[in-house]
Design a protein around this ligand. Structure first.
Ligand SMILES: Cc1cc2nc3c(=O)[nH]c(=O)nc-3n(C[C@H](O)[C@H](O)[C@H](O)COP(=O)(O)O)c2cc1C
Length: 150
């Protein structure tokens, strides 16, 4: 089973989370801002923040060009000032395309300016690693892989 972590980061939090997951679980990491090509994957973990209540335009471009034949299932990992904000616009585009997005979204705090500066912290990074490992194990057990990546 193949899994990849793709992130978009304006202020470094999502990069920190993506690297934490990639290093802990030995997964490839794609920086969406660098326009890296995505190989076919069974599990795609999309990590980003929320900007003025929305996903970044770069993230929307990335998800718009994903193909349901080469992406098995998507999982969202989201940091925001509030900490309980969701990448709903990303979820909606993927769902419309016929790509399954797991209903459980991992969320944590990500400080902005002087607020919540210490976030995402060690526990939150560890939480995102545990979420990813749990989701990968569940998908592997379900045998829900894309044909092209199997
Ligand atoms: C320009 C900008 C706008 C933001 N708007 C929101 C927002 O509307 N709601 C919120 O909860 N957090 C908001 N935040 C906080 C970010 O979502 C949070 O810091 C996140 O961890 C940033 O991730 P990144 O460092 O990977 O870009 C904003 C941050 C920036 C830089």
């Amino acid at each position: 089973m193949k899994a990849t972590v793709a992130y978009y980061s304006k202020t470094g939090h999502s990069r920190k989370i993506a690297r934490g997951i990639g290093d802990a679980l030995g997964l490839p990491i794609v920086d969406i801002a660098k326009n890296q090509v995505l190989e076919p994957v069974d599990s795609l973990f999309i990590v980003s923040g929320i900007y003025a209540g929305k996903a970044a335009p770069e993230m929307m471009n990335f998800v718009n060009q994903l193909d349901e034949r080469t992406v098995g299932k998507v999982y969202l990992i989201t940091s925001s000032l509030i900490g309980k904000t969701f990448q709903n616009d990303v979820r909606d585009v993927l769902t419309e395309k016929g790509i399954t997005v797991d209903p459980e979204e991992f969320t944590c705090r990500g400080g902005f300016l002087f607020f919540g500066m210490s976030h995402p912290n060690k526990n939150e990074i560890q939480g995102s690693v545990e979420y990813t490992a749990k989701m990968m194990a569940a998908q592997a057990a379900s045998g829900q892989n894309v044909q092209s990546a199997a």
